[in-house]
Design a protein around this ligand. Structure first.
Ligand code: AMP
Length: 373
């Protein structure tokens, strides 16, 4: 889609937006059950979000609209916009500010502080979009539709030079779809016992990557007795896979917790095509992508022997029983092997012979990684 001189492409479709808006409204309905909030929508950008949100808000409430002035320079905060047009008395009211997008967060911080001087009972913010990479304020955002990377978006109220606000979906600038961060993100792939753990340590050491090993994360949760650990335990003990969404949410959180890194090495993840698709989405959201998959190839017979050997010292229940090991290898063949095809189709697949000396194998892995850079 072309607007003025720029080409835009679909980023978030209307169904996704509306589902999210409904979910936010439900949350607000729950939180403000016996209250009488006053919504203050900030024009122009939030008009569509505010309009749709209010269709699903069913608590007694009022809505009003304000604008922000063009930039007003202040000494303490630099360029800031002021809220204009508020007629209502907000003393002792529960206020929910409606915004379309929070990027630097500076103006909204300033506006929120001004509102607080007027003695409301509470002030919360509902924003459809948020750019966490850009927002360095400690503004509390209670209701957030989508966290997005720092890209230019239009539609559903947001504009490019005043145009595009009437679009039902959200669009991004076409050239911004390309990778924005120069990270090395690897998927280390191979059946249980292929030597992923040993090799990942060496890769991390050499390339200074952040390790995300889902098996280790589950075992950590298990030993700490967390709810996630308890949920995973039954599956792990039997050598079965933990459900996709549980794993994906855990990885999502881990990626978000990691502020600054040269890249990630995913170890034991993705183990299904659904997980691989979700990982692509998570990384795109963070402005990056998988650089390549390194697959360690080891024969099935060698694997079973290696795992049984490891079981003597690892203490892992799933390493000590031949049937459980066979279940894991079978699940690997059925569910995990298709993940290799997923990356082959993207031209991101390198196969490494996983039998031999640890250092020799590592040398081959390093050569494959260097070819990606
Ligand atoms: P690992 O240490 O990678 O062999 O993982 C041990 C166990 O944790 C697996 O047998 C699964 O039960 C669970 N697990 C680890 N990673 C995943 C994943 N990506 N998807 C589903 N289950 C997983």
């Amino acid at each position: 889609m072309k607007i003025k001189d720029k080409e835009f492409e679909l980023y978030i479709d209307n169904t996704k937006i509306i589902n999210k808006v409904k979910a936010l409204a439900e949350q607000i309905n729950e939180d403000y059950k016996d209250k009488n909030p006053l919504f203050i929508a900030i024009l122009n950008g939030s008009f569509m979000f505010a309009g749709d949100l209010m269709k699903y808000v069913d608590v007694d409430s009022q809505i009003t609209f304000i604008k922000v002035s063009s930039y007003v320079a202040t000494q303490s905060t630099g360029n800031i916009k002021e809220a204009i047009g508020l007629q209502e008395n907000i003393f002792q009211r529960d206020i929910i500010i409606i915004e379309d997008i929070v990027d630097s967060g500076k103006t909204l911080t300033h506006i929120t502080e001004r509102f607080k001087e007027l003695g409301p009972k509470s002030v919360e913010i509902a924003t459809l979009l948020h750019k966490p990479e850009v927002n360095k304020t400690d503004l509390s955002l209670k209701y957030v539709g989508f966290d997005i990377p720092n890209k230019f978006v239009i539609g559903y109220g947001l504009d490019y030079d005043g145009y595009g606000r009437n679009e039902q979906c959200i669009y991004q600038l076409s050239e911004e779809k390309t990778i924005t961060k120069n990270m090395l993100n690897l998927v280390l792939f191979g059946p249980p016992g292929a030597g992923k753990g040993t090799q990942s340590e060496k890769i991390i050491d050499k390339y200074k990557l952040t390790h995300i090993a889902t098996g280790d994360l589950f075992r950590k949760n298990l030993s700490e007795g967390t709810a996630l650990g308890k949920l995973a335990q039954g599956y792990m003990d039997e050598g079965h896979l933990v459900p996709d969404q549980v794993v994906i949410d855990m990885v999502d959180q881990k990626i978000r917790e990691t502020a600054d890194t040269n890249g990630f090495i995913f170890d034991g993840f993705p183990r299904t095509v659904a997980q691989a698709e979700a990982l692509d989405e998570l990384l795109t959201k963070n402005g990056t992508a998988i650089s390549g998959m390194i697959a360690l190839e080891v024969s099935e017979e060698e694997l079973v022997n290696r795992i049984l050997e490891r079981g003597k010292t690892s203490g892992r229940a799933d390493d000590q029983n031949i049937e459980k090991i066979q279940t894991r290898v079978k699940i690997y063949n059925n569910e995990t092997l298709p993940v290799a095809s997923f990356y082959k189709a993207q031209n991101k697949f390198s196969s490494i012979n996983g039998i031999g000396g640890i250092d020799d194998i590592f040398e081959n892995i390093s050569a494959a990684i260097d070819a990606l850079k």
